[in-house]
Ligand binder design. Structure first.
Ligand code: SF4
Length: 335
């Protein structure tokens, strides 16, 4: 299983999975932050972004992710002030320049984006801004791997670890999973050659019976990761249970703001903590994200669910497995 959605896209784009012997199957993991952001949180974003006093900032790929019945683009079309930014610090700048508005940044992601999102909070506090907050949906890879491996239907025999997550966190935190589940892991990059090497190292480990973590992305990753980034994360975030879209709640799989940063917590500021939502009953994205089914196993794939009319986030996100299968022509539409 490749954990990361960026790796899934590279694999499908370059047809790496089709070049492999039949005995080797790649299954696609849950490592797309847009895909796993729960529906309730999208609905909270929609509620906040619809307010006339708010400038709502997000990375572009969240704008078309469907909530219950609409998305951020439709809020924008209806007159909401929704803006695409390329860094959370751009949102802090907007807060500084618009003191009569509340500026909210949609802080989603894995370990990779956490330091930058946190820096925006620290920057807002340093500037004394009272009109900046973040809507947080941060998730962590190791608890998700634990949940996948603990499922009795799991058929994963090796992991390609996400290189960029390991750049921040290192790969020492995977050692307990290695010992618990006795399954090889390879830290892997994102270029086709990186992925080919990651797959090769995994097969070598499996054939030799070695249960180890191999670092096949040493030009970017070392065992300990980036200690400064980790310190910043621990200063502002604390671990929490987090719901993953299509999968459900995974214990201690998320980060949230510590109570001393409540003033920057958009869920508290805008009192949107209790929104509940229902997924489309046709969507099997949860099984896709756990590697149990492939996107083109879904009855809605290429029919009711298309990139411009997505039923689930894995079809709309640039890193989603369903979008990758559709974009790169894996369009065997089920009867
Ligand atoms: S094709 Fe659409 S409906 Fe089916 S699993 Fe993917 S996102 Fe969900």
């Amino acid at each position: 299983m490749e954990i990361c959605g960026g790796q899934t896209h590279a694999i499908v784009r370059y047809g790496l999975d089709q070049l492999l012997p039949r005995e080797i199957e790649l299954v696609h993991g849950p490592g797309c932050p847009v895909c796993v952001t729960p529906l309730e949180l999208i609905d909270k974003a929609l509620a906040i972004a619809s307010r006339p006093d708010v400038i709502f900032c997000s990375y572009g790929d969240m704008l078309r992710v469907p909530g219950t019945g609409r998305d951020l683009f439709s809020v924008k079309a209806a007159g909401g002030d929704v803006r695409v930014v390329y860094s959370p610090l751009d949102a802090v700048d907007l807060a500084r320049l618009n003191p009569d508005k509340q500026v909210v940044f949609f802080a989603i992601g894995f370990e990779t984006t956490a330091p930058a999102n946190i820096m925006s909070v620290l920057q807002a506090r340093a500037l004394g801004l009272k009109n900046y907050s973040i809507l947080v949906s941060h998730v962590r890879v190791p608890p998700a791997m634990n949940a996948i491996l603990a499922d009795p239907s799991c058929r994963v025999q090796g992991f390609l670890l996400a290189g960029h997550v390991c750049t921040v966190m290192g790969y020492h935190e995977y050692q307990p999973l290695l010992e618990k589940f006795r399954i090889p892991m390879v830290v892997t990059g994102f270029e086709p050659l990186d992925l080919a090497r990651g797959i090769l190292e995994t097969i070598r480990l499996l054939e030799s019976g070695k249960v180890e973590i191999v670092n096949a992305y040493s030009r970017a990753v070392d065992l300990e990761g980036n200690p400064q980034a980790q310190q910043v994360i621990m200063k502002v975030f604390e671990e929490c249970d987090r719901k993953w879209r299509g999968i459900g709640v995974i214990p201690l799989s998320g980060w949230r703001l510590k109570p001393e940063y409540d003033e920057f917590n958009a869920e508290i500021r805008f009192e949107v903590e209790d929104i509940e939502a229902q997924e489309s009953p046709m969507c099997i994205a949860g099984q896709v994200l756990q590697g149990l089914r492939k996107p083109n196993d879904c009855p809605a794939f290429g029919r009711e669910c298309l990139p411009d009319r997505p039923l689930g986030a894995t079809m709309v996100s640039s890193e989603g497995a369903c979008a990758a299968y559709y974009r790169y022509g894996r369009v065997t539409i089920p009867e």
